[in-house]
Write a protein that binds this ligand. Sequence first.
Ligand code: NAX
Length: 323
Amino acid sequence: MPKTITITGAAGQIGYQLAFRIASGQLLGDKTKVNLKLLEINPALEALKGVAMELEDCAFKSLGEVTITDDASIAFGGSDFAFLVGAKPRGPGMERSDLLIENAQIFSIQGKAINHNANKNIKVLVVGNPANTNALIASANAPDINPRSFSAMMRLDHNRAIAQLAKKTSFHSSLIKKVAIWGNHSTTQYPDINNALINSTKALDLLGQDWVRNNFSPAVQKRGAEIIQARGLSSAASAASAAIDHMNDWEMGSDEGDWVSMAIPSDGSYGISEGIIFSYPVTCKDGDYSIVQELNLDGFSQESIKASELELLQEREAIKHLL
Ligand code: NAX
């Protein structure tokens, strides 16, 4: 049975990476046929036509039909998986609150289109920033879809944290487990390695708390800016790769003995206000996720997590008229 996969902002940097990786079978395996529905704003439809032509030229065995459109109701028609990447970038002189409101409108329209047109079991990953609050808006505008179907991407931060630990300790990234990113996809996020294992040894036994607080956390939080400085463009291939990791684990299950970070509707775990889209360590099985429970959080961790929660509550307040 083919699966329908929607990508918004498909002519943009991340969309351009994502479409080809999904079409080649890297999301669901090359035995599952995928139909791609690619959404763009009208001025980018010509560029999107070029993306569709290149997809055709790859002659991927796992690719079925490709639809390009600027109509959200077509893009989300029968969608099983949606990657909400397209968003309005922050322009000159724009405040964060302006960005929130501009994007809120996009995600409220797309939430409604998902509600009316998508498969009721759809899995939605919001990548476009401010990702957590955009996911909240999309979900609030899709009352017939389970809120647990909406998530926002923290996996790039999670993968970046693993990469920093691998670089510091010279252990391969595959030997690093149980890293967690808590909170918002912003500089208030809290990268937490209190439970992390590096080659089965507690990370904190290998790395001092000083290095963790003064070097590791800022390096993860500021990695995006570092990439922009080096490349002249924001992260794209690594973001697309993280988006595939997120959706793939959610659908197929995360690795035994490890966990991943996903921003999902808070159920009140760890005292976080219910409903905001908050990143927790989770395990995935049978197409669903569970928050890792009963972790001991020291005072510093609790304060850091609260600061990120506060930011998300302020974001929610700024767009409450759209909920
Ligand atoms: P680009 O500007 O290259 O692409 C965005 C595309 O979205 C453009 O082609 C634009 O025409 C399209 N678009 C805008 N409004 C749309 C709408 N209403 N419907 C459909 N398409 C629309 O940005 P790119 O580098 O691809 O980044 C996309 C988003 O991902 C940005 O918001 C960015 O901030 C965010 N990111 C989020 C990350 C995360 O970890 N959550 C990391 C990477 C990335 O920075």
